[in-house]
Design a binder for this molecule. Structure first.
Ligand SMILES: Cc1ncc(COP(=O)(O)O)c(C=O)c1O
Ligand SMILES: N[C@@H](CCCC[NH3+])C(=O)O
Length: 423
């Protein structure tokens, strides 16, 4: 099948940083200033369409944590995905974005009392929402609050995968009930709740063969467990998300159809519906971060390009040593300016050595005022931003037009001090 016949020409599996329209990014930076997140909900819609085509019989849920912005949530809802939420706050955002209760799952990990109180309260108006529970204590705490609705049991499959040890949740004891106790927990839960599903998640950024093999192991284990507890007594078996995207310029894109086929095969014969809950795959390549070079410092080893975005805007390089593609929009091939290259360290304004977006990477030698674009910033970008060093959070705009999240001000950062409070 040619790329055109498969629809790949219109909806390629990855939008690379080089595919973004430089002129448009420049316009947005000069209109709104930097640092600036640019998000393209149209690309989110394409990613949802590709997932739905790959998993036509499955319940595809979007892991809201990857990008919680209203425009993204509305796009995902319209595209027919459900919402998997990691906190009461995410449940609220999903409901506010128009997801009906039957399309909302709350995955409760050591849930704070305030979260349980809020979700049980909203359950009154949305009796079809589902709470995913990873410990007997959470079942007890729900029952204490009068909840007797839909419950999904999260299992620790003992199999982890992902781009960094900090995101390989599958084998970490923190998550889910141990596999060999899961059937007992399901039996107990059935006495008080409507047990509608099983859940497990290997981790985030599943990309290479090893990760894919771990994902298949997890799925196979979940298929076995479903048959053990009665696969026609539950509605779904959720095998998590984690589908990776290529961060390096020459990384291949994941063949999502092949992953879907392998998932179905590993699950085996199960009457319940297969469910998946990707986040990154939906939003990563729908966002870039724009940042301006404000300092250029030659050193014997590298040229340091000091920029106005830092780990407070995009934490992933500092937290996971994550690689993000970087383009100097003022020194592209064909641009007037010189494009001599050399080892460049792109460093932010934060007082930590880890506050760099790359170290000694071969890039065009920048000049003060150059505009840099950082790729795959749509997933876990704005979401992990903080106000450390009293740095207000950046703005976010839609590629085509409006401001999605206004730039935070210093008054915003200090608003809760000295008697200030959120209503
Ligand atoms: C329970 C759960 N589901 C889904 C996801 C989404 O992962 P990803 O964004 O890698 O698809 C995560 C994050 O790792 C998670 O913890
Ligand atoms: N925040 C992680 C992935 C999500 C982990 C959530 N379980 C990242 O940026 O890669």
């Amino acid at each position: 099948m040619s790329a055109e016949q498969s629809g790949e020409a219109e909806n390629p599996p990855i939008r690379r940083l080089t595919d973004w329209d430089t002129g448009r990014l420049r316009e947005l930076a000069s209109e709104h200033g930097t640092p600036l997140y640019v998000t393209d909900p149209e690309r989110v819609a394409e990613n949802c369409a590709r997932l739905r085509a790959a998993f036509p019989d499955a319940d595809v849920k979007y892991a809201v944590k990857a990008h919680t912005g209203r425009a993204v949530l509305e796009t995902v809802r319209e595209a027919g995905l459900d919402a998997e939420c990691a906190s009461a706050g995410e449940v609220r955002r999903a409901l506010d974005a128009g997801f009906s209760g039957d399309r909302v799952d709350y995955t409760a990990v050591n849930p704070p009392a305030r979260d349980l109180d809020a979700v049980v309260d909203w359950w009154g108006d949305h009796p079809d929402l589902t709470v995913t529970v990873g410990a007997r204590d959470t079942l007890d705490r729900l029952a204490e609050r009068g909840y007797d609705g839909r419950v999904c049991v999260r299992v620790n499959p003992g199999v982890g995968a992902g781009h960094h040890e900090k995101v390989r949740t599958g084998a970490a004891p923190k998550f889910g009930v141990p596999y060999d106790r899961a059937a007992d927990v399901v039996a107990d839960a059935r006495e008080q709740f409507d047990v509608v599903g099983l859940h497990a998640h290997a981790g985030s950024g599943i990309h290479g063969e090893e990760d894919l093999a771990a994902h298949r192991d997890l799925v196979a284990r979940m298929g076995e467990l479903a048959r053990e507890i009665g696969d026609d007594d539950i509605e779904f078996v959720d095998v998590g998300g984690g589908f990776g995207v290529p961060y390096r310029e020459d990384d291949p894109a994941l063949d999502i159809r092949a992953v879907a086929d392998a998932t179905r095969e590993a699950l085996g014969d199960v009457a319940a519906t297969l469910a998946v809950e990707p986040g990154r795959y939906v939003v990563a390549d729908a966002g870039v971060l724009l940042t301006e070079v404000n300092t250029v410092k030659p050193t014997p080893e590298v040229t340091v390009a000091g920029v106005d975005a830092g780990m407070t805007d995009l934490l992933r390089p500092a937290m996971y040593d994550a690689y993000h593609a970087i383009r100097n929009l003022d020194r592209e091939p064909g641009a007037d300016a010189s494009a001599d290259t050399g080892p460049v360290t792109v460093a932010g304004p934060i007082c930590e050595t880890g506050d760099t977006f790359c170290d000694g990477r071969e890039l065009p030698i920048p000049e003060r005022g150059d505009l840099l674009a950082v790729g795959n910033a749509g997933a876990y970008g704005y979401e992990m931003a903080s106000t450390y060093n009293s740095r207000p959070r950046p703005a976010e705009v839609r590629l085509a037009s409006d401001v999605l999240r206004a730039r935070e001000t210093l008054a915003g950062v200090t608003r809760l001090e000295h008697g200030g409070r959120d209503e």
